[in-house]
Design a protein around this ligand. Structure first.
Ligand code: AMP
Length: 304
């Protein structure tokens, strides 16, 4: 049977400005990027809330990718909005505005059909909501989690409570240092692993990722691209490729984790090549596997 991943996170209307263009109120959000990326590998179930301004054209993206939206609630109010901009090096988003809107009063109820999900991705959202979702899942095999400075700043205690129940944490390098209160990345990683996650994935933008495991560290570069337009959602599409592949593989061996890191990097690379969700939405599994092969060549070397 095809494995299923339950994701909770934001479904958003984003306004984004990069040195190469801008988009206003386009479909985005952590759960959206994650779901579309992961849908190439596994069945995806979304838990999130949207407002009355969320149109059928937005919902079509989920339908087109066979994403189960039984847990996507529509309620009175406005959809979550995020406004951000990137400077020339594109490595870090500057948040200009965050409007939680319908997420402020959201109390997620997990549909019965979702309760037996083996894989859970707690996308970037209020850590209290992440916990409420986790409490309703019967016996997840693997729980992965993302977060950001907004929550490390505003809800540290709640976040630490979530982390105790997480197997894999994915965050960027700045957030790693901030969460650990430690400048050295390796020491910071070990401090965070002592908070709960046995695997930590540190995202470093165009410099790639580092995965810290119980007894190994794996590093992968970002795929070298000539065209990078919009990094929004890079982290979530990375997580989508990573979790999507892990769920498809059905095992958590070091080999599977390393391959998952490369599938994550592949999905992030497609995502940043175009604006908004355009880089992911028209992909085929062949495109993905071809770039996976190119990654193998990029990083392969022979032992002495
Ligand atoms: P990333 O993969 O980190 O680039 O995530 C980008 C997405 O995160 C955007 O589409 C935003 O809508 C969403 N986002 C930004 N800030 C928040 C927040 N505080 N909570 C939840 N989602 C957010």
């Amino acid at each position: 049977m095809e494995s299923s991943i339950l994701v909770v996170g934001s479904v958003a209307l984003d306004s984004v400005k990069t040195p190469f263009g801008q988009a206003d109120e386009v479909l985005g959000g952590s759960a959206t990027y994650f779901s579309v990326a992961a849908s190439f590998f596994s069945r995806i179930r979304v838990v999130a809330v949207v407002g009355t301004d969320f149109g059928d054209d937005h919902a079509a993206m989920f339908k087109r990718h066979n994403i189960d939206t039984d847990g996507l609630v529509r309620t009175d109010g406005r959809t979550f909005r995020w406004k951000g901009e990137y400077s020339y090096d594109l490595n870090e988003a500057r948040t200009l505005d965050t409007q939680l809107n319908v997420f402020e009063s959201f109390e997620p109820t997990i549909p019965t059909s979702y309760k037996a999900s083996d894989y859970v991705f707690l996308g970037n959202i209020d850590p209290e909501l992440q916990l409420q979702v986790l409490d309703q899942i019967e016996q997840p095999r693997i729980v992965a989690c993302d977060t950001m400075n907004f929550w490390i700043d505003g809800k540290l205690d709640e976040l630490k409570r979530t982390l105790r129940r997480v197997d894999i944490l994915l965050i960027n390098d700045g957030e790693t240092r901030m969460l650990a209160g430690e400048a050295n990345l390796v020491r910071a990683a070990h401090k965070i692993m002592a908070m709960g996650p046995r695997i930590l994935i540190v995202k470093r933008g165009e410099y790639g990722v580092l995965m810290f495991n119980e007894n190994s560290i794996f590093g992968a570069p970002a795929f070298p691209l000539e065209e990078v337009y919009d990094p929004t959602g890079a982290g979530d599409s990375f997580a989508g490729g990573f979790m999507g592949y892990l769920a498809q593989a059905g095992e958590l061996t070091d080999d599977a984790l390393r391959r998952a890191i490369i599938f994550g990097s592949v999905m992030a690379s497609f995502n940043v090549e175009k604006f908004s969700l355009d880089g992911l939405s028209r992909l085929t599994r062949t495109d993905i596997d071809t770039r996976f092969g190119q990654f193998k060549k990029l990083t392969h070397f022979e032992a002495l």
